[in-house]
Design a protein around this ligand. Structure first.
Ligand code: SF4
Length: 425
């Protein structure tokens, strides 16, 4: 058992991580597709074996929190019965594939079989098990809501050409910032991913210190050399600018690509077993019986065309208003659940909602991070508050690990500093 209780690990279910509030069990739900029955079963397991809380991560993974050590074995048995457990920890750790949340519902190319094939290759090929735990792939089906603004180490973005589809391959970042490598046919995705993964491992091995992410490799090699190293010529075309980084999350009733869905957001990605049951019941009663997990800290309930009366979603804590200021703030679990944090990040993020109105042109305006690791948001944000010794350092237009422009701010000082910085702009 002790081998599984790793601190600082990029956790899974078979290798959970000990956090301040107990074991954290991360479920990589294939394709982000969760049936309502399974969601209710997970709610019951979270209540029985854990503290009843879930976090939806920036990679659309579902994290069960507060699992007691003696509860881990029966929980894993129950997850296996639900077909939510991988065969082994090494394969689970690298099965990092983000898929379009409404895939397979008619809006774009049906990428379900491609996602399954890529996941199977990652889990069954021991050579790929050497990929770093945070190294991730993304497959966008070409429909809305688009994953263009979601970063990935290796991305495949579907592009329709007359009656056929092909995939644009990008390395390291969002669609607008990734290094283009060219195009491949849908049937070539798995081999392309395999080639890129193996090449990354070879190149990473040669760097000192060994890089863990594609963006780090690009920073070291340069864009042109990176493209060349991966078989490109440095001249592959970019896709037209999407501006997706500016898009708000799909919350409320959406009719993207003519396919209706209801987006319900959990404040900072946190919800409890009761909320999950309510969402599952709405999915059954008014939708297609599925919940789709998204990387935007919200769930999509496909086929819900009208918000049912007495739905109870707002009453239990879900956000249904796309203009809710909390949607524009990212925050990690903070002091309540992580030993690296010294600040109550969720409460502090709630208190900052008023300053969000000072920002225009960014879906996420503020990132409140418990430490420099920046788990809640890996990409740049206009303002990042980084907790340290009970206070915050402030990074402008950067990541949690970047050099701050102000240090040692309490919440009131941080609030005032953000307002002053925005006035200056
Ligand atoms: S960013 Fe937050 S959740 Fe991640 S290690 Fe730091 S304090 Fe913990």
């Amino acid at each position: 058992m002790k081998e599984t209780l790793r601190k600082g690990w990029c956790p899974g279910a078979l290798r959970p991580m000990m956090a301040r509030d107990g074991l954290l069990v991360r479920l990589r739900i294939s394709g982000g597709r969760l049936g309502a029955d399974k969601a209710r079963a997970l709610a019951a397991l979270a209540e029985f074996y854990g503290n009843g809380l879930f976090d939806l991560s920036a990679r659309a993974n579902l994290q069960m929190r507060g699992i007691g050590e003696s509860n881990l074995a029966p929980l894993l048995d129950a997850l296996a019965d639900l077909d939510l457990l991988d065969d082994d920890p090494a394969g689970e750790a690298v099965r990092n594939v983000i898929a379009s949340p409404l895939a397979g519902l008619g809006g774009g190319l049906d990428i379900g079989p491609l996602v399954a094939a890529l996941e199977a290759r990652l889990t069954r090929d021991p050579a790929l098990h050497a990929l770093p735990g945070k190294f991730g792939f993304l497959i966008d089906d070409g429909s809305d809501p688009s994953l263009a603004g979601v970063p990935a180490d290796v991305r495949f973005d579907a592009v329709r050409e007359d009656t056929s589809w092909r995939f644009w391959i990008g390395l390291g970042g969002t669609r607008d910032h990734a290094e283009p490598l060219g195009f491949c046919a849908p049937g070539e995705i798995v081999e392309a991913a395999n080639w890129i993964g193996r090449t990354f491992l070879t190149l990473a091995e040669k760097t000192h210190p060994r890089v863990r992410r594609m963006e780090g490799l690009i920073e070291r090699l340069g864009r042109y050399q990176t493209a060349r190293a991966f078989g490109g010529d440095g001249g592959a075309p970019r896709l037209p600018y999407s501006g997706a980084i500016l898009n708000p999350p799909p919350v409320g009733l959406t009719g993207a690509d003519g396919y209706p869905a209801l987006g319900i957001a959990a404040p900072f990605g946190r919800f409890d077993h009761h909320m999950l049951r309510v969402a599952a019941n709405i999915a059954d009663e008014s939708g297609n019986g599925e919940l789709r997990l998204t990387p935007w800290r919200c769930l999509l309930l496909p086929d819900v065309r009208v918000i049912p009366p007495d739905h109870g979603l707002g009453a239990v804590g879900f956000i249904l208003d796309p203009s809710d200021a909390r949607l524009r703030i990212a925050a990690c679990v903070g002091q309540a659940g992580c030993e690296h944090a010294s600040t109550p990040t969720h409460a502090d993020a709630e208190a900052l909602w008023g300053v969000v109105s000072h920002f225009e042109g960014a879906a996420i305006a503020i990132h409140v991070s418990g430490c420099q690791k920046g788990c809640a948001k890996a990409s740049r944000t206009p303002i990042t508050l980084v907790g340290r010794d009970g206070l915050y350092d402030l990074v402008e237009n950067g990541r949690a690990s970047d050099i701050p422009v102000k240090r040692d701010l309490d919440l009131d000082s941080a609030h005032a500093a953000i307002v002053a910085l925005r006035r200056r702009v």
